[in-house]
Design a protein. Sequence first.
Length: 447
Amino acid sequence: MRKTWKAKSGIAIATALVITTGVLTAPAKAADPVTITIWTFGNVIQQKLVIAYKKLHPEVTLSIKKSDLDPLNGTNMVTACTARTGPDIIAVEVSYSGYWRSYPKCFQDLRAMKTSTANVSAGIPEGKSATELKQDYLGWRWEQGVAYDDSVIGIPTDVGGLAVAYRIDLFKKAGLPTDRAAVSKLWPTWETFIATGQKYMTKLSAADKKSGKGFIDNTGTIYAAIMNQGTEKYYKNDGTDAGKLVYDTNPQVKKAWNTTIKATESGIGTRIGQYTSDWNIGMNKGTFATILAPAWMMDYIKAQAPDTSGKWDIADLPVSGGNQGGTQLTIPSYAKNKQAAYDFIAWYLAPEQELEVFNTYGLFPAASSTYDDAALLNYKDPFFNNAPVGQIYAKGVKQLKPIFEGKLQRAIDQAIGAGLGRVAAKKMDAKKSWAQVLKDLQKVINN
């Protein structure tokens, strides 16, 4: 323990010195000012935690630049890696992780980093590398931040999780059960989910149908939900870094495509695109009764439809658990402030902070060490009719299996999404649109 002694009996001791265990030393030097630059999107970096870190570290300035996802994780990052200049931290969304895991040279291997003494007082031990941090996180989410040469290029912020947000009042009006357990039992399969939607549609008036009301906000969201319930998407893990493309042979792809087409052609969805002004208005007006909602979407619904508080609840996803979204925080290999960046990431993504973000903003922790925490399991959201959202989303993400993601993951998703969009807009039938998808993907692969 450090003690400071005053000069006695004419013994002159310089006031600039203190005695610690009998040794004269200078007082601790104030930490040098440092600016950590961060490229991010959406609400990955939460302002409340930025303020908390600033209180812990007055010497640290967090310079945060937000961009749209695709240019950030696409062109911007490619340019930065090529030029070897850019920020200290970049948020990489999981749809791009397959691509960037192929380029470990663009990132600092976090196994080689060690936490400093900077956050010891905040509960982050000194000397912890990513190897030691790994044990706190959900296994399949951690792997999404591991490059194909086994270097650790990112630490997960959250896991999207996926469940069904539904309007209690609209279900009641349609004569459907409203209790969340009973609602979950309505759709053990995607076929019964569609059938429930068709039953709901029979209860709408002709005027409601004409105005564009539907059971689900957008049937296109079903595709990704089904794909994430499998064990393979567009690549097969064949023991190589690149993997083997199987988008044209994996039955899960056609299952997801066919089920989404069936839902679209059954007429249970609206024609509203997500994250548009019409979608936000639709939440308030009751234009749709269900949304396939990842955990992070709960906060979005609250923000866009505050007057619907208590009218929503959360039910299980058909078949099994689900996931949509999630992010890794990475440190580029060309970052100027790697140590400060790593100390921030280790603190920001520690289980305690991820739990705080969940309780405040609804982002579900990727830190699986929190899944038995009473603060998570007992958390109920009054906006969603006091649904035990911690228990619901924890159960869902535990059911998922790791999926090998390859370099062209995002590009293939976009091509298939465009194909589904053509069918929904009645520009092509499903058979012709799928044939067009295969042609478009050949161009992507050969580019």
